[in-house]
Design a protein around this ligand. Sequence first.
Ligand code: ADP
Ligand code: ASP
Ligand code: MG
Length: 423
Amino acid sequence: MPLVVQKYGGSSVHDAAAIKRVAARIVATKKAGNDVVVAVSAMGDTTDELIDLANAVTSAPHPREMDILLTAGERISMAILAMAIRELGVGAQSFTGPQAGVITTAHHGSARIIDVAPSRVQKAVADGDVAIVAGFQGVNVDNQDVTTLGRGGSDTTAVALAAALGADVCEIYTDVDGVFSADPRIVPAARKLDRVSYEEMLDFAASGAKVLMPRCVEYARRYNVPIHVRSSFSYLEGTWVVADQEEGDTMEEPIIAGVASDRSEAKITVIGVPDVPGSAARLFEAVANSGANIDMIVQNVSATATGVTDISFTLPTGSVDAAHLAIEEDRDAIGYEKLVVDDTIGKISLIGAGMKSSSGVSAKFFAALRDSGINIEMISTSDIRISVVTRSEALDDAVRAVHTAFGLDSSDGEAVVYGGTGR
Ligand code: ADP
Ligand code: ASP
Ligand code: MG
């Protein structure tokens, strides 16, 4: 019997009526002759509300307690969804991440899955039931504490289950009809992509398109799990995220797949760093030791007269305080003059595998920004992506301008956003 893993995001299960609708969809899949395993997210904005609650009692929530708190969100939806399925006359059993055998590293808040031992899920399926697994959570391999996988982590739970169970497909149900050429909340003229490669999707996700969590795409690529991203509010065919086309495949690939944007990063500029061998190493050693993950780096050319230079880099806003402190503590050794933090930046990225063999893409990108009066602060590139840092308030305009400049605007109507608050 085919095995389908389905994941339902928060906006697909935001209230009792939505959960009943999802239950009916799961039952229909089961009755069509499939075994079904479901990963489910917390209802609506529950996770954000639980974070707000923790922040209302402390400025530094204890990571272990935070994870126990947040995993409660997915436990609510898994149990209610199992009840709703039973109500329709089909057996269903819900499992927490630890019960489902999702074994992770010890990193509270951003644990990585290291193994999935889903024997209880397999037993439930063998018994003819639908297995519902709480997304976004696992168990610390060292001490059996509950862990969470990071925001959007239910996507990764679903793909990891699909890989461990050898599922035929992993369906990610969300509040838009698939992966679009830009976030439909920002660009109503965005077009749905029928098919996108793991590589492009990885860059999309890492550049801020939160429709899939980056780690889930990495996982899918490693285990070759086909992902079908689609809406739980419609029956339209969505987007297939699959391996790149074979060599010699005659289908022509578009040069640009789409545009992504991200407001979750900040910029730190270190002014007056001595322009001598070892300065950058010293600075970034301090940053690395603070646990921050750096994205872009720019070093200015130094004026020969001064012998000093400025170095700017971007990092997640959540890592700024620790990185700031680490650089200040190492001030004498690095020998810089001043440190400036800017948390009002935005990053826009253009993604497309066809960029590798096409010229003039950057020129067209920068011209579109110029024509909209948007200033470029930093640039970084890979072979299938160009990213630019701008002012945060200019970001949405930049996305629309670039989308239009590359001819990506769809002529067949606006993209539908069915639900969710976009939070
Ligand atoms: P879920 O609750 O189902 O996990 P998310 O909010 O995490 O849903 O992800 C879906 C949202 O991702 C969409 O509502 C959309 O605003 C946003 N998004 C950003 N970029 C894209 C894109 N390129 N294509 C589709 N959706 C995107
Ligand atoms: N509920 C978690 C979050 O909001 C996980 C998820 O939805 O994927 O990030
Ligand atoms: Mg999500």
